[in-house]
Design a protein around this ligand. Structure first.
Ligand code: ADP
Ligand code: MG
Length: 294
């Protein structure tokens, strides 16, 4: 309807009859495209999300004990909640003395990873708070060094201890991220992407509403630009994408089951041909939404 005044009557008639009409042909075409897309969405198979057998009470107990200490931002000290939801985590624990760090490291192989555990340090590696490849003989020194780095960064930082963790072989793995938050309008959202410490720079992610079904979880791993890395680029073995998709589903279930979790990031979730392992965790809790605080 590009005729100006000469088409005014026609436009009126079409409007009265409820027939869409446009001044600009490009708009008409793009609206047809929207209709076609809507149809494709409508024709999609819907598979109901699976419900995994998990331990929600254990998650709530972990969150409640942290909240009792006045903490709402939690990190690797809360790794237990991943275990309660069937997500693999490296072996290890949080040491509060040099001797304890040595004890934990003794059960973990030749080299370990050590990290500062503090609610006041969000990005541990930014302050030199992550040490990879620490030999057994160096565990005590590393413990002291991490403590002093935390103090240098922020003299009054609350330090809960030093996490001593099994070292994961990254040479044949891909660092991914599975993140969640709650949108005020849409509710819980789950994000997947290429992870590691450069995730904000890459911005290569896919997003869904929770709970996420199996097909959608697989689609999320296919959608990112870096998907070829997961399929095994340059002669590397493809990673276990089923395990990645399952982790997406399990975390999406956690967001539905536990309203007290405001947001949660597993970054990195290391994916290899053998499976996945959640190496780092960060989350925010809203204590008033825990069951003990109705
Ligand atoms: P942050 O994100 O707070 O800096 P992370 O725990 O994610 O701390 O560690 C930063 C990086 O260190 C990870 O992206 C990973 O490359 C490496 N890393 C951390 N833990 C391990 C581990 N257990 N095994 C191997 N590499 C690790
Ligand atoms: Mg991290």
């Amino acid at each position: 309807m590009m005729g100006g005044d000469s088409t005014r009557d026609a436009i009126e008639r079409l409007d009265e009859a409820g027939v869409p009409n446009y001044f600009d042909p490009a708009r008409a075409v793009s609206n047809l495209d929207v209709l076609a897309r809507q149809r494709r969405v409508g024709e999609r198979e819907y598979t109901a999300p699976k419900t995994f057998d998990v331990d929600t009470e254990r998650v709530e107990a972990t969150l409640a004990s942290a909240a009792a200490g006045g903490r709402t931002r939690l990190g690797v000290e809360a790794m237990d909640i991943l275990d309660a939801y069937g997500i693999p985590t490296p072996q290890g624990g949080v040491a509060t003395s040099r001797a304890e760090a040595v004890d934990i490291a003794a059960g973990l192989g030749e080299e370990v990873v050590m990290k500062i555990v503090s609610p006041d340090i969000l990005h541990k590696s930014d302050v030199g708070g992550v040490k990879v490849g620490v030999a057994r003989a160096d565990v005590e020194d590393a413990y002291e060094d991490l403590q002093s780095r935390a103090r240098d960064y922020q003299p009054d930082a609350r330090v809960l201890g030093v996490q001593v963790q099994e070292q994961v072989d990254l040479s044949d793995g891909v660092e991914t991220i599975v993140g969640t938050n709650r949108d005020p309008g849409f509710g819980p959202l789950v994000l997947f992407g290429l992870g590691g410490i450069f995730v904000e720079v890459l911005e290569d992610t896919s997003l869904r509403l929770a709970p996420v079904g199996e097909d959608e979880a697989h689609a999320m791993t296919d959608e990112i630009r870096a998907a070829p890395l997961l399929r095994g680029a340059r002669g590397r073995d493809p990673v276990d994408r089923t395990a990645v998709a399952e982790t997406i589903q399990r975390l999406s279930q956690m967001m539905v089951d536990v309203p007290a979790i405001v947001e949660l990031d597993v970054n990195p979730l290391v994916a290899t041909a053998e499976g996945v392992v959640a190496v780092d965790l960060r989350l925010t809790v809203s204590p008033e939404d825990l069951p003990s605080n109705p």
